[in-house]
Design a protein around this ligand. Structure first.
Ligand SMILES: [Zn+2]
Length: 195
């Protein structure tokens, strides 16, 4: 099921919802479509174009947002999918202070790393190796990041997230390679909308 980016009336990104949920918002006039996929959705009486971005018609006050959950996907998004030590393609999660030496599994102690650096580093401290990181790991912040961290992506979202994120983060909105489409209808195929 495609996912739809939801913006507040103020254009602030709020989250990602299923296409079905987004269509209900649009049909109830609680949101308007800003970007269409061009895919027609058919109900019993009407056909509407499936949105990829909707904006709420009324401003909603967003309660305090808690800390971002630490997941592998979120960590790779924060570190741009690159090894923090050598800049190579990250394939693993490294604890800067090794867990065997009391390092915590927390945003300020985990980084994305390539297999080689992770293997070479093993359970040693950076100082033992003379290694340095380009920047100190920290919990991610920013509204765009909260959208990207969900793992859902659509290049059409980019202009709406640009004011809220870095280029590195937004690079994660690139189209998903075709072989990553797991089942479902092929792109462009009509989707049945049951009421
Ligand atoms: Zn590396």
């Amino acid at each position: 099921m495609p996912q739809v980016l939801v913006l507040n009336a103020s254009y602030e990104p709020l989250g990602v919802v299923s296409l079905r949920r987004a269509l209900v918002l649009v049909l109830d006039k609680k949101a308007v479509s800003l970007e269409d996929t061009g895919v027609l959705m058919h109900s019993a009486t009407t056909a509407v174009s499936a949105p990829s971005v909707v904006r709420l018609t009324r401003f909603v006050r967003v309660p305090f947002r808690g800390p971002v959950p630490l997941t592998r996907r979120a960590l790779f998004a924060r570190d741009g999918g690159r090894c923090v030590y050598c800049g190579g393609v990250a394939t693993s999660v490294d604890h800067v202070i090794p867990r065997s030496r009391g390092g915590q599994h927390a945003w300020d102690n985990v980084v994305a790393a390539c297999r080689r650096c992770n293997h070479v580093k093993a359970d040693r401290h950076l100082a033992d190796l003379g290694w340095r990181m380009k920047r100190t790991p920290a919990p991610p912040t920013g509204l765009a990041w909260r959208i990207i961290g969900t793992g859902h992506r659509d290049p059409r979202w980019r202009p709406y997230l640009e004011p809220y994120g870095t280029a590195e983060e937004l690079a994660h909105l690139a189209p998903i390679p075709a072989h990553h489409h797991a089942g479902g209808a092929p792109p462009g195929a009509p989707v049945e909308l049951s009421a």
